[in-house]
Every structure is written in structure tokens, then in C-alpha cells.
Ligand binder design. Sequence first.
Ligand SMILES: Nc1nc2c(ncn2[C@@H]2O[C@H](COP(=O)(O)OP(=O)(O)O)[C@@H](O)[C@H]2O)c(=O)[nH]1
Ligand SMILES: [Mg+2]
Length: 343
Amino acid sequence: MCRSHAVGMKALSACSHASFPLVAIPAGYPSIGLGNNVIWRQPNTVFHVLCMTNIGHKEEKYQNKESSEPHIDEKLQILCHNCPNVVNLLQDQSCRSIFVILIMPEKVVIIPTYNEKENIEKMVRKVMSLDGNFHLLIVDDGSPDGTADIVKQLQREFLDRLFIEERRGKLGLGTAYIHGFKWALIRNYDFIFEMDCDFSHNPDDLIRLYDACANKKADVAVGSRYIKGGKVSNWPWGRLLMSYFASVYVRLVLWFNVKDTTAGFKCYKRKVLVTIDLDDIRFVGYAFQIEMKYTAYKLGFKIREVPITFVDRVEGVSKMSTKIFKEAFWGVLQMRFKKINRK
Ligand SMILES: Nc1nc2c(ncn2[C@@H]2O[C@H](COP(=O)(O)OP(=O)(O)O)[C@@H](O)[C@H]2O)c(=O)[nH]1
Ligand SMILES: [Mg+2]
């Protein structure tokens, strides 16, 4: 009587009768071989232990905080040092059968922040309210305005879904994302999103980006201003023209068919970020966005643009600078001649 329980997220189930070891783990997770205990140790993994008795069922839940917390070892025993309720349930003689369900998080949105105190709380609440159990990682570069403190306050409310990585100084958008990508890969997320904190990107569109990757065969989904249906609202003319012609320039030099090459609203499938050599990504501003798309394209991944309406920020100030612009201009020429290898 072993069944797997899908609960709207990636779920692995295993079951056995009375005592462990576990006897069944569904196929479809080739990287998770029996005996490979690494995966079970990921922070964030939620264990549900379900005990079926003759008169009903009992359930205990536990979430890994650290990699040393409950996990399944090579002998397929549950090791559980700090979760007496789970252990008690596993030893409960009234259990006819036991199901262990491991739920691993699926989606994480990475938002780099620098001085976003006007936007951060509203943004966190909005992402947390979306359907689909999005997790959120803020990568803050020591914002002097206290953005990180606001996030830490909110973590009390969204304990297991809101995370923050703090870096010492303003190190640039590109390296903040690389930091976030590595964080997300270690934690085994399948869909990794990039989004700005200033509401230029509408968080509701995360669901459309997810849909493009999960159901429409995209490896990278790009929220695009410059395809049919895409729009830019209330940007000054100068900035709009610059952004549009920057995208044309990039396409002419690099010869690849993405209309909005500088866009920073994206969803990556895990396999893309695993394949790209993240340590070889060298740019930090708009050039970073171009480099990521171009590298994914050169490595053969399918990029799909999803039309979005981009709205200029209302609160806070832009961190765009002529330095970032120059980096993009010269960076594109360098990319043209760079050799791109798989990791
Ligand atoms: N961590 C980090 N975030 C940054 C940095 N520069 C910009 N950001 C964030 O990146 C996002 C986009 O920046 P923004 O100023 O809106 O750029 P613009 O949209 O091009 O004007 C926002 O969430 C910023 O707070 C940085 O150096 N480090
Ligand atoms: Mg912005």
C-alpha cells in the first residue's frame, strides 16, 4: 500500500511497513540515486512523515535548517537527531504503514537590492502572496538605508520562504546575481528567477515566465519589452530610445535573435545555470544581462520572450550610470570574440 503524494511541489515519496529501511523512491530523479544522501541533506527540504493506523493517520513535519539536520543516509535510514516527534512516529507500533514525503522547494526569485527601503516590504509581501509557493532571496549589498533590516524583520513572518544574503559593499548587479544563482543551485531549486525590486517588473508576471519554462519548452524565459504585446510605460524618451537601440546594437553585433537583450526579468531552468560556467561571467551591469542570454544561446538553450509591460520606478532612485552603459557598449564587442565553453 505504497503511494506517492504530490502536493503541488516537487515531491518524492518513499514508504515502508513498520520499520525502515525505505523501499520505494519514484523514478524520474536521475541525480538522486539510492545511496546518494547529499540531496536529502539540503537546507529547506521539508519532511512529512505520515503514519497510517487502523483508525486514521498521524503526521509530523520537519524542515531542514542546516545540512546536518534530518536526512536519509546511505543505508536508507532516517537520521533525525533533533526531531523527537518524527522519531516517535517512526517507532509508533500502531502505524500500519509509514510514508515519508520529501518536499523540495521548486522556485526561487532572486532580487538584488541596493537602497530599496521604499519598495522592499511591498515587494516581499507581493511575492509571498502569489500562487505557486515562490521562495524569495534578497541579495543586499550593505544598503546604507537599512533595506536588509526590513527583510530580516519580515523573515519572522515568512520563516521558511524568505532568505537574505548580505554582502559588504556595492559590488554590482551581476555579481549579486551570480551569488544568488550559486545559492539557489546548492539548494536544489528547479526554476530560478531574476527580478528588480522597484516594481518595473510586475511580480504577477512571474507566473507567466514560469509557465513558459515549465509548460512551453523554454529553458530561459525573458520578460520582453520589445516584442509584440510588450510595452514600456512612463520611461523618459531618452532612456527608452537608448534601451531600444542598445538592444538593436546587441543583435547586430552578436547576431542572435532575442529582441530585449538587456532585460533583467527572467526565469532560468536549473540545467541552464548548471551548464554555464558562472565563474566565467565577467560583466556586472546591463552587459551582465546580455552576457547571460548570449551564453545560454551559444550553449544551445531555448530562449523564449514573454511580452511584459515595464513601468519606470516610482519610489527610490535608479542605479544606472554611464559606467554601466560604457561597460555594455564595449562588453558586447568583447563577447563577440569570446570563446564560450560548457562548465
Ligand atoms: N545587490 C545589488 N543590487 C543592486 C546593485 N545595483 C542595483 N541593484 C538593484 O538592482 C535592481 C535594478 O536596479 P535599478 O537601479 O532599478 O536599475 P535600472 O532599472 O536600470 O534603473 C534594483 O533592485 C536595485 O536595487 C548593486 O550594486 N548590488
Ligand atoms: Mg529599475
